[in-house]
Write a protein of this length. Sequence first.
Length: 470
Amino acid sequence: MATLFSRPILQSIHTGGASDQGKPRELNGVRLAGFASLAVPIYAAQMPLTVYLPAIYAQQFGLSLAMIGTIFLAERLWGALADPLIGSLSDRTRSRFGRRRPWIATGGLVFGIAAIALFFPFVAVTPLYLAAALFILYLGWSMIQIPYLAWSGEISGHYHERTRIVTYQTVAGSAALLLVLVLPTIIDQWQPHNGTLKLAAMGMVVLTSLLIALPLVLRAFPEAPAPLQSPVRLSFARAAAVVFSDKLLLRVLASDLAVTTGQGIRSVLIVFFVTFYMGLPQWASGLFLLQFIFGIAAGPIWAQIGYRIGKHRAAVSGEIVQVAINLGLLLVTPDALALLLGLAIAQGFAQGSGNLMLRSMVADVADRHRLETGHDRTALFFSAFSLSVKAGTAIAVGIALPLVAWFGFDPKGANSPEALRGLLLVFALGPAIAHALSAALIHGFPLDEATHAQVRETLARRDAALVPAE
Protein backbone atom coordinates (compact mmCIF):
# COMPACT_ATOMS: atom_id res chain seq x y z
CA MET A 1 0.00 0.00 0.00
CA ALA A 2 2.94 2.38 0.48
CA THR A 3 3.52 2.69 -3.27
CA LEU A 4 -0.12 3.59 -3.79
CA PHE A 5 0.42 6.93 -2.03
CA SER A 6 4.08 7.62 -2.80
CA ARG A 7 4.46 7.19 -6.56
CA PRO A 8 2.67 9.34 -9.18
CA ILE A 9 -0.06 7.72 -11.25
CA LEU A 10 -0.09 8.96 -14.81
CA GLN A 11 -3.35 7.45 -15.98
CA SER A 12 -6.65 8.05 -14.17
CA ILE A 13 -9.02 5.08 -14.32
CA HIS A 14 -12.60 6.13 -13.55
CA THR A 15 -14.52 3.43 -11.76
CA GLY A 16 -17.21 3.20 -9.18
CA GLY A 17 -20.87 2.82 -8.36
CA ALA A 18 -22.91 2.10 -11.44
CA SER A 19 -20.08 3.05 -13.74
CA ASP A 20 -17.92 0.80 -15.86
CA GLN A 21 -14.26 1.44 -16.45
CA GLY A 22 -13.60 4.46 -18.62
CA LYS A 23 -15.79 7.56 -18.52
CA PRO A 24 -18.32 7.34 -15.68
CA ARG A 25 -22.02 7.33 -16.31
CA GLU A 26 -23.35 10.71 -15.17
CA LEU A 27 -26.25 10.50 -12.74
CA ASN A 28 -29.62 11.71 -13.98
CA GLY A 29 -30.01 15.35 -12.93
CA VAL A 30 -33.74 15.11 -12.11
CA ARG A 31 -33.22 12.07 -9.90
CA LEU A 32 -30.22 13.73 -8.29
CA ALA A 33 -32.32 16.80 -7.52
CA GLY A 34 -34.92 14.53 -5.92
CA PHE A 35 -32.23 12.85 -3.86
CA ALA A 36 -30.79 16.23 -2.81
CA SER A 37 -34.23 17.49 -1.71
CA LEU A 38 -33.78 15.81 1.67
CA ALA A 39 -31.18 18.48 2.46
CA VAL A 40 -34.04 21.03 2.60
CA PRO A 41 -35.73 19.86 5.84
CA ILE A 42 -32.34 19.03 7.39
CA TYR A 43 -30.96 22.53 6.76
CA ALA A 44 -34.32 24.28 7.28
CA ALA A 45 -34.40 23.01 10.87
CA GLN A 46 -30.79 23.98 11.51
CA MET A 47 -31.22 27.77 11.38
CA PRO A 48 -34.29 28.05 13.67
CA LEU A 49 -32.75 25.73 16.26
CA THR A 50 -29.53 27.71 16.55
CA VAL A 51 -30.69 31.28 15.90
CA TYR A 52 -34.41 31.73 16.64
CA LEU A 53 -35.69 28.95 18.88
CA PRO A 54 -33.74 29.83 22.08
CA ALA A 55 -34.93 33.46 22.01
CA ILE A 56 -38.54 32.51 21.17
CA TYR A 57 -38.76 29.87 23.90
CA ALA A 58 -37.34 32.37 26.38
CA GLN A 59 -39.60 35.29 25.38
CA GLN A 60 -42.83 33.48 24.53
CA PHE A 61 -42.78 30.57 26.98
CA GLY A 62 -40.80 32.00 29.89
CA LEU A 63 -37.89 29.53 29.97
CA SER A 64 -34.65 30.96 31.34
CA LEU A 65 -31.70 31.40 29.02
CA ALA A 66 -29.54 29.44 31.45
CA MET A 67 -31.93 26.48 31.31
CA ILE A 68 -32.17 26.65 27.51
CA GLY A 69 -28.38 26.80 27.25
CA THR A 70 -28.02 23.77 29.52
CA ILE A 71 -30.50 21.78 27.43
CA PHE A 72 -28.69 22.64 24.21
CA LEU A 73 -25.33 21.71 25.76
CA ALA A 74 -26.75 18.36 26.87
CA GLU A 75 -28.00 17.82 23.32
CA ARG A 76 -24.46 18.30 22.00
CA LEU A 77 -23.24 15.60 24.35
CA TRP A 78 -26.14 13.38 23.30
CA GLY A 79 -25.19 13.88 19.64
CA ALA A 80 -21.59 12.92 20.38
CA LEU A 81 -22.88 9.51 21.49
CA ALA A 82 -25.75 9.02 19.04
CA ASP A 83 -24.04 9.94 15.75
CA PRO A 84 -21.23 7.33 15.79
CA LEU A 85 -23.62 4.68 17.11
CA ILE A 86 -26.09 5.29 14.29
CA GLY A 87 -23.26 5.36 11.75
CA SER A 88 -21.91 2.02 12.93
CA LEU A 89 -25.38 0.43 13.06
CA SER A 90 -26.24 1.67 9.57
CA ASP A 91 -23.03 0.17 8.17
CA ARG A 92 -24.01 -3.20 9.71
CA THR A 93 -27.65 -3.13 8.63
CA ARG A 94 -28.73 -5.81 6.16
CA SER A 95 -32.32 -5.81 4.88
CA ARG A 96 -34.32 -6.29 1.71
CA PHE A 97 -34.65 -2.49 1.53
CA GLY A 98 -30.90 -1.85 1.86
CA ARG A 99 -28.69 -0.41 4.58
CA ARG A 100 -29.65 3.26 4.37
CA ARG A 101 -33.35 3.38 3.43
CA PRO A 102 -34.74 1.83 6.66
CA TRP A 103 -32.85 4.33 8.79
CA ILE A 104 -33.89 7.32 6.68
CA ALA A 105 -37.57 6.29 6.63
CA THR A 106 -37.71 5.61 10.38
CA GLY A 107 -35.69 8.71 11.17
CA GLY A 108 -38.07 10.80 9.05
CA LEU A 109 -41.01 9.64 11.19
CA VAL A 110 -39.19 10.36 14.46
CA PHE A 111 -37.94 13.73 13.18
CA GLY A 112 -41.41 14.75 11.94
CA ILE A 113 -43.17 13.94 15.21
CA ALA A 114 -40.58 15.83 17.26
CA ALA A 115 -40.72 18.80 14.85
CA ILE A 116 -44.47 19.09 15.41
CA ALA A 117 -43.90 19.20 19.18
CA LEU A 118 -41.06 21.70 18.89
CA PHE A 119 -42.45 24.14 16.32
CA PHE A 120 -46.15 23.83 17.30
CA PRO A 121 -46.18 23.45 21.13
CA PHE A 122 -49.53 21.91 22.01
CA VAL A 123 -49.19 21.70 25.81
CA ALA A 124 -47.65 23.90 28.50
CA VAL A 125 -43.98 24.36 27.69
CA THR A 126 -41.62 23.30 30.47
CA PRO A 127 -37.88 22.59 30.48
CA LEU A 128 -38.71 18.86 30.37
CA TYR A 129 -40.96 19.42 27.34
CA LEU A 130 -38.22 21.31 25.46
CA ALA A 131 -35.55 18.76 26.41
CA ALA A 132 -37.67 15.78 25.31
CA ALA A 133 -38.73 17.38 22.01
CA LEU A 134 -35.19 18.53 21.23
CA PHE A 135 -33.55 15.21 22.08
CA ILE A 136 -36.05 13.22 19.99
CA LEU A 137 -35.70 15.67 17.10
CA TYR A 138 -31.92 15.29 17.09
CA LEU A 139 -32.23 11.51 17.29
CA GLY A 140 -34.43 11.54 14.19
CA TRP A 141 -32.09 14.06 12.55
CA SER A 142 -29.10 11.74 13.10
CA MET A 143 -31.10 8.72 11.87
CA ILE A 144 -31.76 10.63 8.64
CA GLN A 145 -28.55 12.54 8.12
CA ILE A 146 -25.82 9.97 8.82
CA PRO A 147 -27.18 7.19 6.53
CA TYR A 148 -28.17 9.84 3.97
CA LEU A 149 -24.65 11.26 3.79
CA ALA A 150 -23.21 7.75 3.59
CA TRP A 151 -25.63 6.85 0.78
CA SER A 152 -24.66 10.02 -1.09
CA GLY A 153 -21.08 8.76 -1.09
CA GLU A 154 -22.15 5.35 -2.42
CA ILE A 155 -24.36 6.39 -5.34
CA SER A 156 -21.23 6.84 -7.41
CA GLY A 157 -17.67 5.77 -6.76
CA HIS A 158 -16.30 8.34 -9.18
CA TYR A 159 -14.14 11.13 -7.75
CA HIS A 160 -15.83 14.09 -9.48
CA GLU A 161 -19.36 12.68 -9.57
CA ARG A 162 -19.28 12.65 -5.77
CA THR A 163 -18.52 16.38 -5.86
CA ARG A 164 -21.54 16.85 -8.15
CA ILE A 165 -23.78 14.99 -5.68
CA VAL A 166 -22.63 17.13 -2.76
CA THR A 167 -23.09 20.28 -4.88
CA TYR A 168 -26.77 19.45 -5.48
CA GLN A 169 -27.21 18.92 -1.73
CA THR A 170 -25.38 22.15 -0.91
CA VAL A 171 -27.56 24.22 -3.24
CA ALA A 172 -30.73 22.65 -1.80
CA GLY A 173 -29.50 23.33 1.73
CA SER A 174 -28.54 26.93 0.94
CA ALA A 175 -31.99 27.57 -0.55
CA ALA A 176 -33.59 26.16 2.61
CA LEU A 177 -31.48 28.40 4.85
CA LEU A 178 -32.41 31.41 2.74
CA LEU A 179 -36.12 30.60 3.03
CA VAL A 180 -36.08 30.29 6.81
CA LEU A 181 -34.13 33.55 7.04
CA VAL A 182 -36.66 35.38 4.85
CA LEU A 183 -39.77 34.23 6.74
CA PRO A 184 -38.98 35.88 10.11
CA THR A 185 -37.93 39.04 8.25
CA ILE A 186 -41.34 39.19 6.51
CA ILE A 187 -43.24 38.49 9.72
CA ASP A 188 -41.26 41.24 11.48
CA GLN A 189 -42.80 43.78 9.09
CA TRP A 190 -46.33 43.31 10.48
CA GLN A 191 -46.08 41.26 13.70
CA PRO A 192 -42.53 41.80 14.99
CA HIS A 193 -43.18 40.39 18.46
CA ASN A 194 -45.11 37.28 17.44
CA GLY A 195 -42.51 34.60 18.09
CA THR A 196 -45.10 31.82 17.98
CA LEU A 197 -46.02 32.76 14.41
CA LYS A 198 -42.36 32.79 13.37
CA LEU A 199 -41.88 29.37 14.94
CA ALA A 200 -44.94 27.98 13.15
CA ALA A 201 -43.88 29.43 9.78
CA MET A 202 -40.45 27.85 10.01
CA GLY A 203 -41.99 24.60 11.24
CA MET A 204 -44.26 24.47 8.19
CA VAL A 205 -41.21 24.71 5.92
CA VAL A 206 -39.51 21.86 7.79
CA LEU A 207 -42.55 19.54 7.82
CA THR A 208 -43.76 20.27 4.27
CA SER A 209 -40.32 19.77 2.76
CA LEU A 210 -39.86 16.56 4.79
CA LEU A 211 -43.14 15.11 3.47
CA ILE A 212 -42.13 15.95 -0.11
CA ALA A 213 -38.49 14.88 0.15
CA LEU A 214 -38.79 11.52 1.89
CA PRO A 215 -40.54 9.64 -0.97
CA LEU A 216 -38.30 11.36 -3.52
CA VAL A 217 -35.05 10.31 -1.85
CA LEU A 218 -36.21 6.77 -1.10
CA ARG A 219 -37.07 6.22 -4.79
CA ALA A 220 -34.27 8.26 -6.41
CA PHE A 221 -31.52 5.63 -6.77
CA PRO A 222 -30.97 1.97 -5.97
CA GLU A 223 -28.65 1.28 -3.09
CA ALA A 224 -25.29 -0.24 -3.94
CA PRO A 225 -24.97 -3.85 -2.73
CA ALA A 226 -23.51 -4.17 0.73
CA PRO A 227 -19.91 -5.42 0.86
CA LEU A 228 -19.60 -9.19 0.90
CA GLN A 229 -17.44 -9.16 4.01
CA SER A 230 -19.36 -9.80 7.21
CA PRO A 231 -20.06 -6.58 9.14
CA VAL A 232 -18.11 -6.13 12.37
CA ARG A 233 -19.84 -5.05 15.58
CA LEU A 234 -18.05 -2.09 17.16
CA SER A 235 -18.34 -0.72 20.67
CA PHE A 236 -18.34 3.04 21.06
CA ALA A 237 -14.70 2.95 22.22
CA ARG A 238 -13.69 0.77 19.30
CA ALA A 239 -15.57 2.97 16.81
CA ALA A 240 -13.76 6.02 18.20
CA ALA A 241 -10.45 4.18 17.92
CA VAL A 242 -11.16 3.35 14.26
CA VAL A 243 -11.94 6.99 13.48
CA PHE A 244 -8.90 8.40 15.29
CA SER A 245 -6.54 5.83 13.79
CA ASP A 246 -7.26 6.90 10.20
CA LYS A 247 -4.80 9.72 9.54
CA LEU A 248 -6.43 10.93 6.31
CA LEU A 249 -9.86 11.07 7.93
CA LEU A 250 -8.39 13.02 10.84
CA ARG A 251 -6.95 15.58 8.41
CA VAL A 252 -10.33 16.03 6.76
CA LEU A 253 -12.11 16.28 10.13
CA ALA A 254 -9.56 18.74 11.54
CA SER A 255 -9.78 20.89 8.41
CA ASP A 256 -13.59 20.92 8.58
CA LEU A 257 -13.47 21.70 12.30
CA ALA A 258 -11.40 24.77 11.49
CA VAL A 259 -13.77 25.78 8.64
CA THR A 260 -16.84 25.46 10.87
CA THR A 261 -15.17 27.34 13.71
CA GLY A 262 -14.36 30.24 11.38
CA GLN A 263 -17.89 30.32 10.01
CA GLY A 264 -19.32 30.08 13.53
CA ILE A 265 -17.28 33.02 14.84
CA ARG A 266 -18.53 35.14 11.96
CA SER A 267 -22.16 34.06 12.49
CA VAL A 268 -22.21 34.60 16.25
CA LEU A 269 -20.68 38.09 15.99
CA ILE A 270 -22.19 39.51 12.80
CA VAL A 271 -25.25 41.04 14.48
CA PHE A 272 -23.06 42.65 17.17
CA PHE A 273 -20.61 43.90 14.55
CA VAL A 274 -23.24 45.50 12.30
CA THR A 275 -25.31 46.86 15.20
CA PHE A 276 -22.58 48.28 17.44
CA TYR A 277 -19.41 48.74 15.36
CA MET A 278 -21.15 49.92 12.19
CA GLY A 279 -24.03 51.56 14.08
CA LEU A 280 -26.53 50.09 11.60
CA PRO A 281 -28.90 47.76 13.51
CA GLN A 282 -31.38 47.92 10.62
CA TRP A 283 -28.78 46.17 8.42
CA ALA A 284 -28.03 43.27 10.79
CA SER A 285 -30.53 40.77 9.39
CA GLY A 286 -30.28 42.09 5.84
CA LEU A 287 -26.52 41.63 5.64
CA PHE A 288 -26.82 38.02 6.81
CA LEU A 289 -29.57 37.48 4.24
CA LEU A 290 -27.50 39.07 1.46
CA GLN A 291 -24.66 36.67 2.12
CA PHE A 292 -26.96 33.63 1.84
CA ILE A 293 -28.53 34.88 -1.41
CA PHE A 294 -25.16 34.86 -3.13
CA GLY A 295 -24.22 31.68 -1.29
CA ILE A 296 -26.72 29.69 -3.38
CA ALA A 297 -24.48 30.23 -6.42
CA ALA A 298 -21.34 29.24 -4.51
CA GLY A 299 -21.83 25.46 -4.74
CA PRO A 300 -21.83 25.14 -8.55
CA ILE A 301 -18.94 27.61 -8.87
CA TRP A 302 -16.70 25.67 -6.50
CA ALA A 303 -17.77 22.35 -8.00
CA GLN A 304 -16.45 23.52 -11.37
CA ILE A 305 -13.20 24.58 -9.72
CA GLY A 306 -12.97 21.17 -8.05
CA TYR A 307 -13.50 19.38 -11.39
CA ARG A 308 -10.52 21.25 -12.83
CA ILE A 309 -7.96 21.24 -10.03
CA GLY A 310 -9.13 18.46 -7.68
CA LYS A 311 -10.99 18.53 -4.39
CA HIS A 312 -8.21 19.27 -1.92
CA ARG A 313 -6.74 22.02 -4.10
CA ALA A 314 -10.19 23.59 -4.49
CA ALA A 315 -10.65 23.38 -0.71
CA VAL A 316 -7.30 25.11 -0.13
CA SER A 317 -8.14 27.79 -2.73
CA GLY A 318 -11.52 28.46 -1.13
CA GLU A 319 -10.02 28.78 2.32
CA ILE A 320 -7.35 31.21 1.09
CA VAL A 321 -10.11 33.33 -0.47
CA GLN A 322 -11.92 33.26 2.89
CA VAL A 323 -8.73 34.42 4.64
CA ALA A 324 -8.42 37.38 2.25
CA ILE A 325 -12.08 38.36 2.69
CA ASN A 326 -11.90 38.28 6.47
CA LEU A 327 -8.63 40.23 6.54
CA GLY A 328 -10.39 42.78 4.33
CA LEU A 329 -12.80 43.40 7.21
CA LEU A 330 -9.94 45.09 9.08
CA LEU A 331 -10.26 47.93 6.56
CA VAL A 332 -13.97 48.45 7.30
CA THR A 333 -14.80 51.64 9.20
CA PRO A 334 -18.25 52.64 10.51
CA ASP A 335 -18.81 54.86 7.45
CA ALA A 336 -17.65 52.20 4.93
CA LEU A 337 -20.96 50.38 4.34
CA ALA A 338 -20.20 49.87 0.64
CA LEU A 339 -16.98 47.99 1.47
CA LEU A 340 -18.81 45.84 4.01
CA LEU A 341 -21.54 45.01 1.47
CA GLY A 342 -18.89 44.07 -1.10
CA LEU A 343 -17.14 41.78 1.37
CA ALA A 344 -20.48 40.19 2.36
CA ILE A 345 -21.23 39.40 -1.30
CA ALA A 346 -17.72 37.95 -1.74
CA GLN A 347 -18.25 35.93 1.43
CA GLY A 348 -21.44 34.55 -0.07
CA PHE A 349 -19.66 33.37 -3.21
CA ALA A 350 -16.87 31.80 -1.13
CA GLN A 351 -19.07 30.32 1.58
CA GLY A 352 -19.24 26.57 1.81
CA SER A 353 -16.29 25.98 -0.55
CA GLY A 354 -14.33 24.10 2.08
CA ASN A 355 -17.36 22.26 3.51
CA LEU A 356 -18.40 21.06 0.05
CA MET A 357 -15.02 19.65 -0.94
CA LEU A 358 -14.23 18.16 2.45
CA ARG A 359 -17.57 16.34 2.68
CA SER A 360 -17.04 14.92 -0.79
CA MET A 361 -13.61 13.68 0.31
CA VAL A 362 -15.01 11.62 3.23
CA ALA A 363 -16.38 8.92 0.89
CA ASP A 364 -13.01 8.74 -0.90
CA VAL A 365 -11.25 8.22 2.44
CA ALA A 366 -13.81 5.51 3.33
CA ASP A 367 -12.94 3.70 0.07
CA ARG A 368 -9.27 3.74 0.96
CA HIS A 369 -10.10 2.50 4.47
CA ARG A 370 -12.10 -0.43 3.02
CA LEU A 371 -9.20 -1.31 0.75
CA GLU A 372 -6.74 -1.37 3.66
CA THR A 373 -8.94 -3.05 6.29
CA GLY A 374 -11.61 -4.93 4.34
CA HIS A 375 -14.38 -3.13 6.28
CA ASP A 376 -16.91 -0.64 4.92
CA ARG A 377 -17.36 2.12 7.50
CA THR A 378 -18.73 4.90 5.29
CA ALA A 379 -21.58 5.88 7.63
CA LEU A 380 -19.28 5.78 10.67
CA PHE A 381 -16.88 8.15 8.91
CA PHE A 382 -19.71 10.53 8.00
CA SER A 383 -20.93 10.45 11.61
CA ALA A 384 -17.48 11.66 12.66
CA PHE A 385 -17.74 14.42 10.06
CA SER A 386 -21.08 15.43 11.57
CA LEU A 387 -19.43 15.68 14.99
CA SER A 388 -16.73 17.99 13.64
CA VAL A 389 -19.47 20.35 12.45
CA LYS A 390 -21.15 20.38 15.88
CA ALA A 391 -17.84 20.78 17.69
CA GLY A 392 -16.82 23.67 15.44
CA THR A 393 -20.04 25.53 16.23
CA ALA A 394 -19.57 25.01 19.97
CA ILE A 395 -15.90 26.08 19.85
CA ALA A 396 -16.81 29.23 17.92
CA VAL A 397 -19.24 30.36 20.61
CA GLY A 398 -16.79 29.39 23.35
CA ILE A 399 -13.99 31.45 21.76
CA ALA A 400 -15.74 34.46 20.24
CA LEU A 401 -18.00 35.62 23.07
CA PRO A 402 -15.42 35.43 25.89
CA LEU A 403 -12.84 37.16 23.68
CA VAL A 404 -15.02 40.16 22.83
CA ALA A 405 -16.03 40.37 26.50
CA TRP A 406 -12.33 40.41 27.44
CA PHE A 407 -11.88 43.37 25.11
CA GLY A 408 -14.62 45.14 27.09
CA PHE A 409 -17.53 44.75 24.67
CA ASP A 410 -20.97 44.86 26.32
CA PRO A 411 -24.08 44.23 24.18
CA LYS A 412 -26.29 45.84 26.86
CA GLY A 413 -24.48 49.12 27.39
CA ALA A 414 -22.22 51.76 25.91
CA ASN A 415 -18.93 50.60 24.41
CA SER A 416 -15.61 52.40 24.24
CA PRO A 417 -13.67 52.73 20.97
CA GLU A 418 -11.22 50.15 22.33
CA ALA A 419 -14.03 47.65 22.96
CA LEU A 420 -15.42 48.17 19.44
CA ARG A 421 -11.93 47.78 18.00
CA GLY A 422 -11.62 44.50 19.89
CA LEU A 423 -14.94 43.38 18.41
CA LEU A 424 -13.62 44.15 14.93
CA LEU A 425 -10.39 42.23 15.55
CA VAL A 426 -12.17 39.08 16.73
CA PHE A 427 -14.77 39.32 13.95
CA ALA A 428 -12.06 39.63 11.27
CA LEU A 429 -9.02 37.75 12.58
CA GLY A 430 -10.85 34.84 14.24
CA PRO A 431 -12.28 33.47 10.97
CA ALA A 432 -9.12 34.42 9.03
CA ILE A 433 -6.92 32.35 11.35
CA ALA A 434 -9.38 29.43 11.33
CA HIS A 435 -9.61 29.33 7.52
CA ALA A 436 -5.82 29.58 7.20
CA LEU A 437 -5.47 26.61 9.55
CA SER A 438 -8.00 24.66 7.50
CA ALA A 439 -6.02 25.30 4.31
CA ALA A 440 -2.75 24.23 5.97
CA LEU A 441 -4.31 21.00 7.25
CA ILE A 442 -5.62 19.85 3.86
CA HIS A 443 -2.74 21.13 1.72
CA GLY A 444 -0.94 18.30 -0.10
CA PHE A 445 -3.66 15.74 0.64
CA PRO A 446 -2.44 12.50 -1.01
CA LEU A 447 -5.79 11.00 -2.05
CA ASP A 448 -6.27 12.82 -5.36
CA GLU A 449 -8.29 11.77 -8.41
CA ALA A 450 -5.67 9.45 -9.87
CA THR A 451 -4.91 7.73 -6.57
CA HIS A 452 -8.59 7.30 -5.78
CA ALA A 453 -9.18 5.77 -9.21
CA GLN A 454 -6.56 3.14 -8.43
CA VAL A 455 -8.20 2.47 -5.05
CA ARG A 456 -11.57 1.92 -6.76
CA GLU A 457 -10.04 -0.33 -9.41
CA THR A 458 -8.35 -2.50 -6.78
CA LEU A 459 -11.60 -2.71 -4.77
CA ALA A 460 -13.53 -3.73 -7.88
CA ARG A 461 -11.05 -6.53 -8.63
CA ARG A 462 -11.12 -7.75 -5.04
CA ASP A 463 -14.93 -7.66 -4.82
CA ALA A 464 -15.16 -9.60 -8.09
CA ALA A 465 -12.85 -12.28 -6.72
CA LEU A 466 -15.10 -12.69 -3.65
CA VAL A 467 -18.22 -13.43 -5.70
CA PRO A 468 -18.80 -17.22 -5.68
CA ALA A 469 -18.57 -18.88 -9.06
CA GLU A 470 -21.90 -20.22 -10.36
